[in-house]
Design a protein around this ligand. Structure first.
Ligand SMILES: CC(C)(COP(=O)(O)OP(=O)(O)OC[C@H]1O[C@@H](n2cnc3c(N)ncnc32)[C@H](O)[C@@H]1OP(=O)(O)O)[C@@H](O)C(=O)NCCC(=O)NCCS
Length: 453
């Protein structure tokens, strides 16, 4: 049992405090039992001890106005974790709001539907990194900075040429992003401004790496970047070798907006954990890309399309195919979500895009199959389609190969990862939770090897 009862406090800032406003409610801390001094002094001292880490910008003092003792658990932990940390609130953040019951997703409070209808990926990046929508000149400035960063060191292109031809694009991206640090002018810097510069640079570079590697592995020449067009248009240009139609450009732009951030999903959590050790932005992005790759996370969109392809190839009935998967206790990629208990609001847009692009590109079969699968899985398993289900057919009709779907997810999510790393480092504390120990009881003595059975 704990020597440290856990308290939740509300506090009032004293004059001169520069601790960020709005973070004063519900802070959690532990007070050593029997700490000398008056109760009030104990509270304040303990409180100060928690906030005065060397990197904390807070330099004021505070009076605790409300103190609620919580049940102590093992060691200094608060509650035993749920499996997969389901429902655990693991950080404070001002970036992304999700209401899983109502199907609400908002960046900085702005509903994703409004952003998908009216914003651009560049403007959404500004919103995520700077906390508000830009004015015209701020947006123009960020667009210019992103375009200026459309450049890869020749060593990165050389690396892309030298990886084994069997290398998966997601693995190539992960390793190339790690290598980008060697050629980054801000490599040794970890301050706020340097990390904003790195966010901008990495956003441009990740898109270029994905496009360049696809060209190289197909034996095609790498396409020069065009600094006069949007991020989405330049990505499609560098990928396909031709400027996209306005419809294709806007479709990708919307997909990038929809994928840009999603609170404390697995890859973002990985990025924040890495950043919180005071490692660096490139390390955090490398961690995040590794986490995104898995089929339970960003890798699901590729799995979805492999199923659609198999159904098409075998001329199978989509419903029977999926019914068979479920009978074998297999999960259907693109369905279910840890947080949403209703329609994933991103799927609403991707469904419409998949339908419209499928029809306009003369490939309606992918949407038609998807729709039948969605209706069946919803009726049979009560599971909703998530962001990955319709992004598969959407990306395919944009001319993107299926093993690039997850890298394209990263092309967008870099914006959210970077926003979270910047937020983490602006008020950092090492992320180091505890594990509930379930192993052999202590003490479990060492047995000499000759005496073991
Ligand atoms: C997203 C996901 C990982 C969430 O996982 P989770 O919150 O841990 O939920 P669980 O895996 O515990 O699933 C809960 C139940 O629903 C079922 N379920 C969840 N997703 C399912 C799916 N896609 N297909 C079939 N059954 C599914 C599980 O089998 C489990 O059933 P059980 O209680 O009878 O064992 C999970 O829904 C999944 O694996 N989906 C497919 C992969 C995917 O699309 N990932 C991208 C997410 S954006």
């Amino acid at each position: 049992m704990s020597n440290f009862p856990i308290y939740t406090v509300n506090r009032e800032e004293e004059e001169g405090s520069d601790y960020p406003a709005g973070q004063s409610q519900g802070d959690v801390f532990a007070i050593r039992r029997g700490y000398p001094g008056s109760l009030e002094g104990e509270r304040l001292l303990a409180y100060k001890r928690k906030l005065h880490s060397p990197r904390s910008p807070w330099r004021g003092s505070a009076t605790v106005t409300n103190l609620t003792e919580r049940d102590p658990m093992s060691s200094v932990t608060s509650t035993p974790a749920t499996k997969g940390l389901e429902g655990i609130v693991a950080t404070n953040s001002s970036i992304c709001y999700i209401d899983g019951d109502r199907g609400v997703l908002a960046y900085r409070g702005i509903d994703i539907h409004e952003l998908a209808d009216h914003s651009t990926f560049e403007e959404t990046c500004y919103l995520l990194w700077f906390g508000r929508l830009p004015n015209r000149s701020e947006l123009k400035d960020l667009q210019g900075r992103l375009a200026q960063e459309r450049h890869l060191d020749p060593a990165i292109i050389q690396f892309l040429r030298e990886v084994p031809s069997t290398a998966l694009p997601m693995d190539v991206l992960r390793t190339a992003v790690s290598a980008l640090a060697f050629y980054d002018a801000d490599d040794k810097k970890n301050d706020h401004e340097a990390n904003v510069r790195k966010a901008i640079r990495l956003t441009s570079q990740i898109a270029m790496i994905v496009a360049a590697y696809d060209r190289i592995r197909k034996g095609k020449p790498v396409v020069e970047a065009d600094r006069s067009i949007s991020h989405a248009a330049n990505f499609l240009l560098q990928l396909n070798g031709t400027k996209p139609s306005p419809t294709a450009e806007r479709a990708l732009d919307i997909a990038l907006i929809l994928h840009a951030d999603h609170e404390l999903n697995a890859s973002t959590f990985a990025a924040r954990v890495t950043a919180a050790t005071l490692s660096d932005m490139h390390s955090a992005m490398t961690s995040a890309i590794g986490a995104l790759k898995g089929p339970l996370h960003g890798g699901a969109n590729e799995s979805v399309f492999r199923i659609l392809q198999a159904i098409d190839r075998e001329k199978a009935d989509p419903v029977e195919y999926v019914r068979n998967m479920l009978a074998q206790k297999k999960k259907v990629p693109g369905f279910g979500h840890r947080v949403y208990h209703t329609e994933d609001p991103r799927a609403t847009h991707l469904r419409a895009m998949s339908r419209d692009l499928g029809r306009s590109s003369g490939q309606p079969q992918w949407y038609d199959m998807s729709e039948k699968i969605e209706q069946f899985v919803k009726a049979d398993k009560k599971l909703n389609a998530n962001v990955d289900f319709y992004s598969a057919s959407t990306y395919h009709t944009l001319g993107i190969d299926e093993d690039l779907f997850t890298p394209v997810f990263a092309v967008s999510r870099i914006s959210g990862w970077a926003a979270h790393v910047i937020e983490q480092l602006d008020d950092n504390r090492l992320i180091r939770p505890r594990a509930e120990y379930l192993g052999p009881p202590y003490p479990n003595h060492y047995v000499a090897i000759e005496k073991r059975g």
